[in-house]
Design a protein around this ligand. Sequence first.
Ligand SMILES: Cc1cc2nc3c(=O)[nH]c(=O)nc-3n(C[C@H](O)[C@H](O)[C@H](O)COP(=O)(O)OP(=O)(O)OC[C@H]3O[C@@H](n4cnc5c(N)ncnc54)[C@H](O)[C@@H]3O)c2cc1C
Ligand code: SF4
Length: 316
Amino acid sequence: MKAFTYERAQSAEAAVKAATATPAAKFIAGGTNLLDLMKLEIEQPQHLIDVGRLPMAAVEDTADGGLKIGAMASNSHAAADPRVRQRYPLLSEAIVAGGSPQLRNKASVGGNLMQRTRCAYFYDTSKPCNKRQPGAGCAALEGLNRNAAIFGASHACIATHPSDMAVALAALDARVETLSPTGQARSFPILELHRLPAERPEMDTHLVPGELITAVVLPPPPKGAQVYRKVRDRASYAGGLASIAVAGPNVALGMVAHKPWRAVDAEAALAAGATPAEAMARELDGASSAGRNDFKIALVARLGAAALAEAKGERT
Ligand SMILES: Cc1cc2nc3c(=O)[nH]c(=O)nc-3n(C[C@H](O)[C@H](O)[C@H](O)COP(=O)(O)OP(=O)(O)OC[C@H]3O[C@@H](n4cnc5c(N)ncnc54)[C@H](O)[C@@H]3O)c2cc1C
Ligand code: SF4
């Protein structure tokens, strides 16, 4: 691991100020992703700003009947909150589907959204990776791409975003609140947080350097059933191959793109009376695969049809 300096931020304002003052600084919250990447020297921050103990861990009711979850709330705390379990069971299930209890106890809500891809070549410094080293090439294009994207990939990167929580938040129309380096508070839809790779796969999100996530805000839950389903190789301590979040009329897919993928074609088909299988087929018209992940298209078709049928109260 490269040497670095460390400070514990005393406030959100102080954290973004410190990040602006040191260009090679990074925030650290639970450290469950960042420390792994630092040990492999994939991330090489010169300065760490510890935001993990900022007083932004509360889960609070909002005036319109929604919930605000502080960015420093642990994944376990967010999933166990009775209001989350009762009003947003989808979110609770999605969080519990991620990592292991130990990881969820440490991992923060903000860190979960900002975690980096699990593409094996991103972690293997002996292989070319445009995300790790812009312009180096993409070993996954012709390599082990079983986990790769089937939507929105580019010739520069076919990696997926691994967060379960983000998929549920996308289906729930959550908003992200941030504090920018200039001290401005921002609020925007979660679908505007992550980006597709295009020519710049080294950039995972639309945040500006030094921008701190302070909370996620859930609107009142949509009418209708909530379902989260995930397929993975092992039942615990493993990232997923694909997931789906259904919240009333809203459908989001996970681990299929560089960002949580809102399945707008499936939503439109369902609204027009399509069956779950027809709706998934409509969404997957736009899918493409890279070889070893060809199976993902059939997997997502079946996973999605089963989850949508469950949401309609049909036996699957
Ligand atoms: C074995 C293993 C299995 C896993 N399986 C899953 C899984 O199935 N599903 C899943 O969703 N996740 C999974 N994870 C990932 C885990 O959920 C993340 O590592 C965790 O959520 C990251 O949160 P953290 O607080 O530890 O972030 P950190 O490691 O502290 O930070 C991660 C990144 O976020 C940035 N960051 C942190 N907080 C903020 C903030 N408030 N604003 C802006 N930037 C910030 C940091 O600078 C860093 O770049 C797994 C991890 C491991 C190790
Ligand atoms: S898919 Fe993206 S993360 Fe994986 S090797 Fe290619 S550029 Fe790197």
